[in-house]
Design a protein around this ligand. Structure first.
Ligand code: 0X9
Ligand code: ZN
Length: 750
């Protein structure tokens, strides 16, 4: 046997025997390396820190930076005299734990594939295994080859049919970000196994074409297993240094801010745009997508969606409204799965430092897709060595976001109700309902097509009304109706490409409705007096107090109260350097009698002065038992508001009427060093009133509701005869009968 072939066979033998053991042989160790989050006052300090330590975070600049420091460099670092917090103490222990899990899972035939991180070879094999599960909807494709000749493979998943909107996901431009390939393949796994089983998954696989590329940087990924766990770039030999940062090598604004011309830098952009075969291969593959609508370039860590432009903090991207609409919804749905918060913003929101030559910017500039960087878990506690038992939960929450994106790419127009929809209407008073029409996926609104359809009661034909106002904010007006009536309605509009959109989407099978009734404020607290609120919690500083804001609007403080009365509840109500520290401060209400149900509304403030919460939040809980112990979380605000916001809790719909309701507001300073200031003001309980006894059912006009009225309704049954039409709906039907029976026996003699 020729020597070359023999060697190759030996290599294959070795690889098949010990993919995990091979990973064992990492030459570079990180014993005693500490991961630190360092406060950086100026550029000089930044350069000094980067001389001493290795960069972990992508936030590089004045503010905070995460670095790892070798034990023999610690003294040098401490001499810089910078503030820092320790994220973890010894990176090698995390790497060892990661290894141990890989070995244990490899030895356990019953273990989930997602119970440990996997090698490049294992991904390669798993893509084939997934395709084999359902070749009718899944196929393998090749994007191209890495510098060292490894295949960049992918999996395409879609139901029957063609011409569908396309969504692409890719992981691992950066080698060390192991959670990224794991969750791309978790997504493929869920789509394939859920098809035909879960109706939501089936619907999206049938309506969208997914292109999933787990490992864009195979050489770097393999190197991070075999040699240096914290390797980021590809494996280009630059002479004295190795590696080009693939996510600085794309053509869009190549060479600009946040990329480096030094071969040794973690963000080395390469000698020219698209100098690297991995970049070219992915770019060419994405160019084959002719109906490309959505893209996530998955990285770690930070927990954030970063919309374009990565290279600019001032230039808004095209379709900014649509990007914001989708990323807010993705972050909300992710939060709903495991309670883990992801930030979401455009380049102008500066969640991470600017970067040039990045993949999603290229997609934004050159395709019809909405594109984001998704920075996955966590926020630094484990960083790139995210424990393997977080793969599945991270996959679950990411899948929720991908469902949002998949549903979005199929939409044309969407009726949105930023102020919510009303639950009640004042008797005999027209009610304006305002909607904001979202125009998605490069569609256009057909001018004049917006229509409100409404009816009084729950039967009979709907009446149409052209929406007024100036696009995209359009208004419809429900006519006045008597107390006790209900009005049903829905919206309709057309796109210029001919799509008809309804809201609710399955209208008129489903409709929106308002109950016609008077409302009354059962309770109002403007916090000018103390109605019995109490403060508790484990925060070490910054507890809630009642007063007039004195922060002057700095460092997250509100400049004034919300309702203009002067006072409100505030955390750390002092000027300058103040906020909640080291835990949670809890503001609990006195017992509120909500036995009549209703809507509890309030205004809230939650801010940090910079627009970024990491682990902090303001949360709202409600207890309904007499002891005030059965707390249920009803709201969590984890994005800074920078202004007072209103919110309300519909007690009838979300809880149940109770005479012993308590509400509490918890401002939490958790995780890494960060800032949160919160406020609460203008708490109200608004309840609907029973309709006064009226002669609504008195169709005969004799001031009595009796058999004469019943007979009049029955005589006019099914016609539009006004002599039996108690609710003036234009049809005599069960609604009229119900009104007569409801008012039975009334004597309205003046
Ligand atoms: O720097 C990167 O390439 C990404 N971060 S990472 O920690 N995974 O390396 C972020 C790229 C996008 N950046 C911005 N939108 N600012
Ligand atoms: Zn990355």
């Amino acid at each position: 046997m020729p020597i070359k072939r023999k060697l190759r066979r030996l290599a294959i033998f070795a690889a098949s025997l010990c993919t995990v053991a091979a990973a064992h042989a990492q030459s570079m160790r990180y014993d005693g390396h500490r991961a630190l989050r360092v406060s950086i006052p100026d550029q000089a300090a930044l350069s000094q820190v980067l001389e001493v330590g290795g960069l972990l975070s992508c936030r590089v600049g004045v503010g905070t930076v995460d670095v790892h420091i070798a034990p023999d460099r610690m003294a040098q670092f401490e001499a810089l005299d910078l503030d820092f917090v320790v994220l973890h103490d010894n990176i090698q222990t995390l790497i060892d734990a990661e290894r141990a899990t890989m070995e244990a899972v490899a030895a356990d035939r019953g273990a989930s594939w997602f119970a440990s991180y996997k090698t490049y070879a294992e991904y390669d094999a798993y893509v084939d295994a997934l395709v084999a599960l359902n070749p009718a909807i899944a196929s393998r494709f090749s994007v191209g080859f890495s510098l060292e000749g490894r295949e960049i493979f992918g999996i395409r998943i879609t139901g029957p049919g063609s011409g569908k909107p396309q969504v692409a996901l890719n992981g691992c431009q950066h080698a060390r970000e192991w959670i990224a390939p794991a969750i791309t393949i978790y997504t493929a796994d869920q789509l394939i196994r859920g098809y035909g089983v879960d109706s939501d998954v089936t619907a999206i696989v049938d309506s969208v074409e997914f292109h999933i590329i787990p490992i864009v940087n195979p050489d770097g990924y393999v190197y991070s297993h075999t040699s240096q766990r914290l390797w980021r770039k590809n494996r280009r030999n630059n002479g004295s240094n190795f590696g080009v940062d693939l996510n600085r090598n794309w053509t869009t604004n190549w060479g600009g801010i946040g990329s480096s011309g030094s071969t040794g830098s973690e963000t080395y952009r390469g000698p020219s745009a698209e100098s690297e075969p991995e970049t070219v291969a992915l770019r060419q593959y994405l160019e084959t997508l002719t109906n490309f609508r959505g893209h996530l370039d998955i990285h770690s860590y930070t927990q954030a969606f970063l919309g374009p432009w990565a290279y600019s903090t001032t230039i808004s991207p095209p379709r900014a409204t649509e990007l914001i609409h989708v990323h807010n919804q993705m972050a909300d749905e992710m939060f709903a799965v495991n309670g883990v918060a992801y930030q979401a913003g455009l380049g102008t929101d500066v969640i991470l430092s600017p970067a040039s030559g990045v993949c999603p910017d290229w997609v934004t500039e050159n395709t019809t897709a909405l594109a984001w960087t998704l920075e996955s878990r966590d926020t630094g506690a484990f960083g790139f060595e995210l424990p393997a038992n977080q793969i599945i939960p991270t996959g679950e929450e990411t899948f929720a976001a991908i469902k949002v994106l998949a549903q979005h790419v199929t939409r044309t127009l969407e009726f949105q109700f930023p102020g919510g929809l009303p639950g009640t209407a004042e008797p005999d008073t027209p009610l304006v309902i305002s909607t904001e029409v979202g125009v998605w996926n490069l569609e256009k609104y057909l001018n004049g097509s917006g229509t409100l359809w409404y009816r009084t009661g729950s039967s009979g034909p709907f009446t149409s009304q052209a929406l007024t106002g100036s696009f995209p904010t359009l208004n419809g007006t429900l006519p006045g109706a008597p107390c006790g009536a209900s009005i049903e309605y829905y919206f309709e509009a057309q796109s210029q490409s001919g799509a008809t959109v309804l809201s609710p989407v399955d209208a008129p099978a489903s409709v929106y409705a308002v109950t016609v009734a008077d409302t009354a404020i059962a309770l109002q607290d403007d916090f000018e007096t103390d109605m019995g609120w109490s403060v508790s919690g484990d925060a070490t500083d910054g507890q809630w107090s009642r007063g007039t804001p004195i922060g002057g609007g700095d460092r997250g403080d509100p400049p004034t109260d919300a309702d203009g009365s002067g006072q409100c509840w505030l955390t750390d109500n002092v000027d300058g350097n103040s906020d909640v520290d080291g835990g949670t401060t809890i503001l609990t209400s006195p017992v509120i009698d909500a036995s009549g149900g209703g809507v509890l509304s309030y205004q809230y403030w939650a801010d940090d002065g910079t627009g970024v919460f990491s682990d902090d939040s303001l949360a709202v809980d409600i207890a309904t038992n007499a002891a005030g112990t059965n707390w249920v979380r009803v709201r969590t605000y984890n994005t800074p508001t920078a202004a007072w916001q209103s919110d309300s809790i519909d007690i009838d719909a979300e809880l149940a009427p109770t005479a012993t309701l308590r509400v509490r507001f918890s401002a939490a300073d958790l995780g890494s060093a960060s800032l949160i200031e919160a406020g609460v003001d203008d708490l109200r309980l608004v309840q609907t009133q029973p309709c006064p006894m009226t002669c609504t059912g008195d169709v005969t006009g004799d001031n009595m509701v009796n058999f004469d009225d019943l007979n009049a309704v029955l005589a006019a049954w099914g016609t539009s005869d006004p002599s039996g039409d108690a609710d003036n709906s234009g049809t005599v039907d069960f609604d009229d009968l119900n009104i007569v029976l409801g008012a039975w026996g009334a004597d309205c003699t003046p």
